[in-house]
Ligand binder design. Structure first.
Ligand SMILES: [Fe+2]
Ligand SMILES: [Fe+2]
Length: 186
């Protein structure tokens, strides 16, 4: 796995060159990190299978990186843990948080216009996004202040727990409920 090699090398990787504070917007973030090739927006969000595959791919990568970070922590390799934490922050920003922003700016608005009765569901889903953003920001602060590695890893574990439930709710509430209606918008 390419990311594994970059993490274990211990040297400055292409990921460490990406500083979120210097980059505006998800498009630029994704382009810097992944060559801009990820299908995170547009009609893919309205189709259950493609939307679910976006969730699954992002979750699988985050889960694997979290396990790697924990293994480094258990082995007492602090620099390797910190490199993996930087990679995880960038991963959450460029994948799940960008996906969340695109949902709020497009997909959720479309659903809310067509189905005003879904307003409470969209409110809860947006609240999940905001908690995810908060957790990632907390890890960034911990990194800057040289805080506890275990506190960072705890937050990544919370993110996995939250995004797993969030994705299932989103698929059930906004994509499974009225598949025929959503299919019309393809
Ligand atoms: Fe979402
Ligand atoms: Fe989603």
């Amino acid at each position: 796995m390419a990311s594994m090699i970059e993490v274990t090398s211990g040297s400055t990787s292409k990921y460490e060159k990406v500083k979120s504070s210097e980059i505006r917007g998800c498009h630029e973030l994704r382009k810097s990190a992944h060559g801009g090739a990820l299908p995170l927006s547009g009609p893919a969000l309205q189709q259950l299978q493609s939307h679910r595959s976006i969730h699954e791919a992002a979750y699988g990568e985050a889960e694997e990186l979290t396990h790697i970070a924990k293994a480094f922590a258990e082995a007492g390799k602090e620099q390797a843990v910190l490199s993996t934490v930087r990679l995880l922050i960038e991963h959450w920003q460029t994948r799940t948080l960008c996906h969340a922003t695109e949902e709020e700016e497009g997909f959720y608005k479309e659903v809310a216009m067509e189905y005003p009765e879904y307003a409470d569901k969209i409110f809860f889903l947006t609240r999940d996004h905001n908690v995810m953003r908060q957790l990632v920001e907390e890890v960034e602060k911990l990194l800057v202040t040289q805080g506890s590695v275990h506190a960072m890893l705890d937050r990544f574990q919370m993110l996995l727990w939250l995004v797993e439930r969030h994705s299932r709710d989103e698929e059930k509430w906004l994509l499974d409920v009225a598949p025929n209606d959503h299919a019309k918008r393809r």
